[in-house]
Write a protein that binds this ligand. Sequence first.
Ligand SMILES: [Zn+2]
Length: 490
Amino acid sequence: MIPKECKRLAEVDFPIAEVSRHAAREKSIRHGHPSTLHLWWARRPLAACRAMLLGLLWPDPCDPHCPGEFRQKARQLLPGVPGRVGPTDEDLRKALLKFIAGFANWDLSKNRNYLEVSRALIKAAHGDEPPLVVDPFAGGGSIPLEALRLGCETFASDLNPVACLILKVMLEDIPRQGPELAAELRRVGGEIKRQAEQALAELYPRDPDGAVPIAYLWARTVRCESPNCGAEIPLMRSFWLCRKANRRRALRYKVVKGGPPRVEFEIFAPKSDKEVPGGTVTRAKATCLCCNRVLLPDRVRVQLAGQRGGADVVFDSKGNRIGGARMLAVVTLQPDIQGRNYRLPTGRDYEAVWKAQKGLKEILDEWERGGKKGLCPVPDEPTPAGGGSGAGRAFSVQRYGMLQWGDLFTARQKVALATLVDHVSILKEQAITASQEMLSIVINRCADYWSSLCSWHLTGEKVNHTFGRQALPMIWDYCEVFPFSDSSGN
Ligand SMILES: [Zn+2]
């Protein structure tokens, strides 16, 4: 055991420059990194956690109270990893710091030699009973994960249930069950995907020519309030659909008179940027395409608040669209043709949305009939208040009437998510707990990609997820993806 009076290595020195360099590099690594398991805020690089844990768990060999066994073991083991160790205690300290700096490298994080030496030296310092590392606010779990890998006993907790789910999966399920869990997850997940795809088939119809719609591009709408106009203004940040060098597509419009004015769209391949109209909305100021008058931000917000954010189509009793969100274009994949195709929406596309709205009502009615047991199938908790200054500015959705989390999603997205939740919840009754937890994580990722705050990536031709930054900003024209495509967001 390290006596109380003995300084820990991190109290006297720490290879901060090298660890920083490794930590910065680690941040750009996505493939195979535990942080990709689930989105979490302010993730600490594993490199920094591993290095600091060793610095805190190992004693300073120059301290007179340092256990002799630790010095001896370090002299014995270190030459095998970072190289030769000089004769003095100072030399030993240098070698330990060099080891810590080297082990911060992502490429060596799974290296057996480094792991074994780390564990052996922790044991030499602490005795046979492994030290307990406690992280009461563990968040994404970088510290407890590294502590476990270094052979410590670990206790991790968090106030946020999402963080707890991440911790449970990463620190308990995966280490306990290993590769078998991956096999079970593929099996159970595949089965759920098959069932959900079947259950949702009529909400995502194929085109009559066999093309598969992979994304629906939408605009929220408001009404022009200038006298004698009253036209619908689709709120569009841009008229571009695709800005790839080899495929440039955009919308252009014409105003149709006779009755209240309205706009009709057309898809074309612009030869120069000048042919593409500018957007209709900047900083919440909307410009009417029919009379060119401006609708001020306050009015835009009031009108959208009246539609709970405006992500849903408003239909009459026969299923004809009379307002709300307007579909601008549908992105499809055609059999035997490479690349994405852009077409205008048809009645079939809106019919599927109408069916989704009826399906959603059915889901909510059933919950009410059952006495509203458990959580509402559509999250009805309040969204974060904000829109003021400081941190609150990150959350502007309440200003547009998205007062509950459910308001962030279209009816079809809600049905899709509720269907997945249903299928995954059943696993709990069947005691397939670990896969159930991992699939909950999958649903969370789906929710990130299936909200009305996802925009369309104009050059990547793919959906951007909700939390591109740590905020919930208004997205005027958003993208709704087909959940079972082979493209991103599936
Ligand atoms: Zn107008």
